[in-house]
Design a protein around this ligand. Structure first.
Ligand code: DIR
Ligand code: MN
Ligand code: MN
Ligand code: MN
Length: 313
């Protein structure tokens, strides 16, 4: 198939440097070559890592409690157009982040393209230790990587174009088309939002209770067959044993096999239209073991290959 690749070296949605180096690390470890030579994808785009330096303003004071609001807004606006231009041609889109704020760009871009091409609303499977559904007002950190889902679903709204006001109805995701897997560190304000809107969520508790096979089955049943799926995978969904090099690791997470299984199952539906891999931060290796970064990059590559069909026999 045809694969649009967008490498996004952006870290402004949170405060730790290094997550902007992830796309290079993933590409240098051979991911794109494997997708081309082993999984037979025709790659569109390039292995240039987009840094969007021209879009990051010198002066970017907090707005409604958000940190780096203009930078995140203008980078995701540009990214939204890039992803849209791949998806409207019918290409699968792979975005290599970057922190999870970039999903404001990727999901808005595919949502718009799928509406135009297929007249359909797509679904999102958000695999993460965190719900990333804070509004600017409910967020304790002010980091926009904890808010993308609230902007993408219209729970957070802003008129000013330089502060996400560029997001229009065609970019948005229906709350009943959103499913979480892997949650285990959800803020009180986010729990209230999940509850009040009845958002479908499978926490680590659900995975322990039912097993990953049943959880994925229930998640896909909620979405419905024949619905285009955007998979947004935060590597911190994995247990730090498998993915230690990430900004906000939370113990008690998915095994690499469980993560790969989610990706394989989504591939198997035939409905995958886009995948994001985010929050790999190669500079955050564990003190006593500098294999951490290498292992995290390897885990990220495995997830992407599984989503793109590596496990098919
Ligand atoms: C926290 C952490 N809920 C926040 N979020 C993270 O800052 O809003 N998301 N780490 O990946
Ligand atoms: Mn490019
Ligand atoms: Mn997370
Ligand atoms: Mn996240």
């Amino acid at each position: 198939g045809e694969l649009g690749v967008v490498a996004v070296g952006f870290s402004g949605g949170q405060c730790k440097p290094g997550v902007d180096a992830a796309p290079s690390a993933l590409i240098e470890s051979g991911l794109l070559v494997q997708l081309r030579d082993e999984l037979n994808y025709k790659l569109h785009g390039d292995d240039t890592v987009h840094l969007y330096k021209d879009l990051v303003p010198k002066d970017d004071p907090p707005f409604r409690n958000m940190k780096n609001p203009k930078a995140v807004s203008s980078v995701t606006e540009r990214l939204s157009e890039q992803v849209y231009s791949h998806a409207k041609e019918g290409r699968m889109v792979l975005t290599l982040g970057g922190d999870h704020s970039i999903a404001i760009g990727t999901i808005s871009g595919t949502a718009k393209a799928i509406r135009e091409r297929l007249g359909r609303e797509m679904a999102v499977i958000w695999v993460d230790a965190h719900a990333d559904i804070n509004t600017p007002e409910s967020s304790g950190s002010g980091n926009v990587h904890g808010m993308p889902v609230s902007f993408l679903t219209g729970l957070a709204k802003e008129e000013k174009p330089e502060y996400f006001g560029w997001l229009k109805s065609e970019h948005l995701l229906n709350l009943n088309k959103l499913v979480y897997i892997g949650l285990r560190d959800v803020d009180p304000g986010e729990k209230k939002i999940l509850r009040e809107h009845g958002i479908k969520s499978f926490s680590m508790f659900d995975i322990d209770r039912h097993g990953i096979g049943r959880v994925v089955e229930m998640a896909l049943a909620h979405i419905g067959s024949d619905t285009p799926i955007h998979l947004s995978f935060d590597v911190d969904a994995l247990d730090p044993m498998w993915a230690p090099s990430t900004g906000t690791p939370v113990r008690g997470g998915l095994t690499l096999r469980e993560g790969d299984y989610i990706c394989e199952s989504v591939h198997e539906t035939g409905n995958l239209v886009a995948i994001d891999l985010v929050e790999v931060n190669p500079s955050l290796a564990v003190a006593e073991n500098d294999m951490g970064a290498h292992e995290t990059v390897r885990a990220g590559c495995s997830l992407v290959r599984c989503a793109l069909g590596e496990s098919l026999l």
